[in-house]
Design a protein around this ligand. Structure first.
Ligand SMILES: NC(=O)c1ccc[n+]([C@@H]2O[C@H](COP(=O)([O-])OP(=O)(O)OC[C@H]3O[C@@H](n4cnc5c(N)ncnc54)[C@H](OP(=O)(O)O)[C@@H]3O)[C@@H](O)[C@H]2O)c1
Length: 325
């Protein structure tokens, strides 16, 4: 099969097309014939050599795919050959075939096109676990999400709105702000406004949950933007790994500062998130009230161009790689 390899870390041209045997599904796994793979920021870091795959994970990139079940591994019983699915992976998705543990494979919601389905797993698993399981966002509360037009952002806005929360989203251009608004958020252009002041102005007392992908000097400002008993959930450190914060403010607000990384979590955790997604999120996708936002799809051999697009930060929503059938 063809797959995208990174023989040596580097710029987007480090991504090269290569050939290897089709993998065999292990116990409890299914082999998926890939229709499309979703791009994620983590793929850029991995390509640059800054985010090595966890032990046992495929070495080549790709954290999510959609496609058809091709073959069942020993003991796999949830799916049948030919089922339309999407899957969260630990790696290896930029390929014609990939194996995935059944606990991380979901049927495509009704009405979702085979290619578009690749936009769902990473964002849905990340947003559901961080905003609702760890951040405990409830109806009537306010969520602030940074990077409102990222793959994560467009998902967070819509899932939080669907659960009855108010959503504020930051974005770096007027066009991106309009997109956040079209999904139901109140947008804050962080290049022209002080987001923490804007949040305090727009809310009574601040945001109840903040989903942050910046960290660095955003952490202190996020704490300023948090309501009493607010929850700050950090999922990335695009602004730097270190932050200086005033602990008195944490005490005064009884705030919770937490975060997580999805990739190294065990299948049993991901299977629990999957159960909750099937119950709470998949019906909204199937009835069309959740919009899958795709920026652009590139053919698999053009993975380098897809990475350049993501690094430009001009994209709105998910970037996909499509695989010839
Ligand atoms: N912890 C986890 O398990 C986990 C899982 C999945 C993703 N993530 C992280 O979540 C983030 C989004 O992932 P993605 O794949 O959806 O990437 P993406 O589409 O490339 O999004 C990155 C976003 O960051 C925004 N951004 C950059 N600097 C900003 C700033 N100073 N203020 C506000 N927004 C800023 C960009 O928006 P502008 O162009 O508007 O600046 C862009 O929308 C990534 O950092 C990724 O690593 C973490």
């Amino acid at each position: 099969m063809k797959f995208i390899d990174v023989p040596k870390p580097g710029d987007p041209d480090a991504l090269v097309i290569a050939e290897c045997p089709v993998p065999l599904p292990g116990p409890g796994e299914v082999l998926i014939k890939v229709a499309a793979a979703g791009l994620n920021r983590a793929d850029i870091l991995q390509r640059q050599g800054h985010y090595p795959p966890p032990p046992g994970a495929p070495k080549h990139p790709g954290l999510e795919v959609s496609g058809l079940v091709e073959r069942l591994g020993p003991g796999a019983s949830e799916f049948r050959e030919g089922d339309r699915v999407c899957a969260l992976l630990q790696g290896g998705g930029y390929a014609q075939y990939v194996c995935a543990a059944e606990g991380q494979v979901l049927p495509l919601p009704a009405g979702v096109d085979l290619v578009q389905g690749a936009a769902l797993p990473e964002a849905c698993f990340t947003v559901w676990s961080n905003v609702f399981m760890f951040g405990r966002l409830t109806a009537g509360e306010t969520l602030l999400v940074h990077g409102g037009t990222s793959g994560i952002g467009v998902t967070a806005i819509q899932l939080a709105k669907a659960r009855g929360a108010r959503v504020l989203a930051t974005a770096g251009s007027e066009a991106k702000c309009r997109m956040c608004e079209s999904l139901g958020a109140t947008a804050i252009n962080y290049r022209t406004q002080d987001f923490a002041a804007a949040v305090r102005e727009l809310t009574r007392g601040g945001a109840n949950v903040i989903l942050d992908m910046i960290a660095g000097d955003y952490t202190a400002r996020n704490i300023d933007a948090l309501a009493e008993e607010g929850r700050l959930v950090v999922i990335a450190t695009q602004g730097g790994v270190s932050s200086t914060i005033n602990m008195l403010k944490i005490m005064q607000k009884r705030a919770v500062l937490t975060g997580s990384t999805l990739r190294p979590r065990p299948v049993v955790f991901k299977a629990e998130v999957k159960r909750q997604l099937l119950r709470h999120v998949w019906p909204a996708i199937a009835d069309g009230s959740y919009r899958i936002v795709i920026d652009r799809a590139f053919p698999l051999p053009e993975a380098a161009a897809a990475h350049r697009r993501m690094e430009s930060s001009e994209h709105i929503g998910k970037i996909l790689l499509t695989v010839d059938r």
